[in-house]
Design a protein around this ligand. Structure first.
Ligand code: NAD
Length: 490
């Protein structure tokens, strides 16, 4: 067993090692939200690029704004910022150690973060702070300038606490020193993630000084991007699998699928790493790719999560082995989701969906149903509701998507079909549970959450289909409801 660190790397024979001299790396990117996805995606692309002998001035410096980030930072620090990434296919798995991160600023040390952000060597600030981290007002789906965290930062630009406050403070410092602004690159799963990030930074700047807001608008680039790689959370299971199968003792390894995709708008005025050399697609408009991914892949995850949760299924691949859930996914996608996804250059949407099915079914990933079911209040409005809105507007049937919503509502009641308790799994869990209880007798109560459903809750066809689906779920259970839907009898 080898404890991972820079000093022990030469002893590791079971994993690919960074194929470059880490001492040659210099910082070019500050990344907020060093979680599993970042370490399985952006950090891997950079590791590949550095191995080509290219872009060594684009190494990563981690940053975080949450207390929990400090524990993660300590784990990485003790292994010299190295991460083991295990890429898993149904019949094979391989490990690699990535070395693209060279430092991680202590969370809470805003002076250190701002100083680093003001360093001209930093030309990109990237983010994976989750869908919920962008201060979107649920009612308007716009940036919420009244959020207490944002109000705090607007009044304390010397010591901001949010990622956006720190980014803005860094930009102010650069503007005052005549240093070109860095590019801000969101890698979160949000449609128009560049626009959303721009709205957050500009929205905060407006509270500080309208002229500053205009300067940010005019001078800072926020490229949109579509990111993809299924990356489950790390549990003791993964730590043990790594030591059992590869003899590596890593405090916080990442397990993921071998597939990965990154489509980016080429809008980096301060320069960027040559990521096209390692498979990143640079395009003029990311929107079609985002639509495809968010609606077909993320929408697909949101479709299987709740029936699987209600049937007490633990892993995602087990959900895909369940004939009713697999058929439910295929029918909702083929009948209702794919037909309203706009065309994507050089891509057949049905082939893309078939690839998603294979990826979901990969038994090695260990992705959990509970992770997919997490945070529906932020995910359903992005992954499911827009497809239903488009269909209603076109006068098309929404029976399948209404059933997806009803399954989510039934899940939020807090018990599975077997009566097992479902532990809180959403930042708004109490509210969702309250509405789900009311909805048992009055389905409209669920759709009254206009921050989630918007006008869809007023569409007669959606309301009727949702009400019927929920009533059926309560009277005959999940399995029989899915059977009826699949037989076109719902
Ligand atoms: P994770 O839990 O491993 O890491 C999340 C990181 O975000 C942590 O560093 C956490 O401290 C930080 N964070 C959470 N809420 C925050 C907030 N309100 N403000 C600032 N920082 C916050 O999760 P992950 O698997 O790395 O996923 C993160 C995001 O990456 C997802 O929400 C999604 O947008 C994107 N993504 C994930 C996957 C995947 O399969 N995991 C795939 C594509 C995209």
């Amino acid at each position: 067993m080898t404890k991972l660190s820079a000093a022990t790397l030469p002893r590791i024979t079971t994993a690919a090692l960074p194929a470059y001299d880490r001492a040659s790396l210099t910082a070019g990117i500050v990344h907020f939200g060093v979680g599993n996805f970042h370490r399985a995606h952006q950090a891997v692309y950079l590791d590949d690029l550095f191995a080509l002998g290219s872009s060594h001035d684009w190494a990563l410096v981690g940053a975080g704004v949450r207390d929990a980030d400090e524990a993660m930072r300590q784990k990485l620090k003790s292994q010299d910022w190295l991460t083991t990434v295990v890429e898993q296919e149904a019949d094979s798995s391989s490990a690699r150690i990535t070395g693209a991160m060279i430092d991680y600023i202590k969370p809470g040390d805003s002076a250190a973060v701002i100083a680093r952000l003001a360093d001209p060597a930093i030309r990109i600030v990237s983010l994976t702070i989750t869908e919920g981290g962008y201060y979107i007002d649920p009612a308007s789906q716009k940036f919420d300038p009244n959020h207490p965290d944002i109000a705090f930062d607007a009044a304390s630009m010397a010591e901001p606490r949010t990622a956006f406050g720190l980014i803005l403070a860094g930009l102010i410092r650069r503007r005052n020193a005549g240093i070109q602004p860095f590019t801000v690159m969101s890698c979160d799963n949000i449609p128009g993630n560049g626009h959303v990030t721009q709205n957050a930074v500009v929205g905060l700047a407006k509270l500080v000084d309208p002229a500053l807001a205009q300067w940010v608008r005019d001078n800072v680039a926020f490229p949109n991007g579509m990111v993809d790689r299924i990356t489950p959370a790390t549990s003791p299971r993964e730590v043990a699998l790594l030591s059992d199968n590869f003899g590596i003792d890593d405090n916080w390894p990442v397990f993921c699928e071998s597939f990965k995709q990154w489509v980016l708008e080429d809008n980096f005025p301060a320069g960027r790493p040559a990521l096209e050399r390692v498979g990143v697609q640079f395009v003029s408009d990311v929107a079609p790719y985002e639509h495809m991914k968010i609606r077909i892949l993320n929408g697909g995850h949101a479709t299987i999560a709740y029936p699987a949760g209600l049937l007490d299924i633990h892993f995602v691949h087990e959900a895909m082995e369940h004939p009713l859930i697999a058929a439910f996914l295929a029918k909702v996608e083929n009948d209702e989701i794919i037909p309203v996804v706009p065309p994507v250059p050089d891509t057949d949407l049905h082939d893309y969906f078939a690839l998603c099915q294979r990826r979901f079914a990969n038994p090695k990933i260990g992705d959990t149903v509970r992770r997919l079911a997490l945070d529906g209040s932020n995910r359903q409005p992005k992954f499911i509701v827009p497809s239903a809105v488009d269909r209603v507007a076109a006068g098309q049937s929404v029976i399948g998507l209404a059933l997806v919503s009803a399954l989510w509502c039934r899940y939020c009641y807090g018990t599975s079909d077997s009566g097992a308790v479902i532990e809180p799994n959403d930042p708004s869990w109490n509210r969702l549970t309250r509405q789900a209880r009311l909805a048992k007798d009055d389905p409209k109560a669920w759709l009254a959450m206009t921050d989630i459903y918007g006008d869809l809750g007023r569409s007669q066809s959606f309301v009727a289909a949702f009400g019927h689906a929920l009533t059926t779920l309560w009277s005959v259970g999940t399995k029989a409801t899915l059977e009826r839907y699949l037989a076109d009898r719902l």
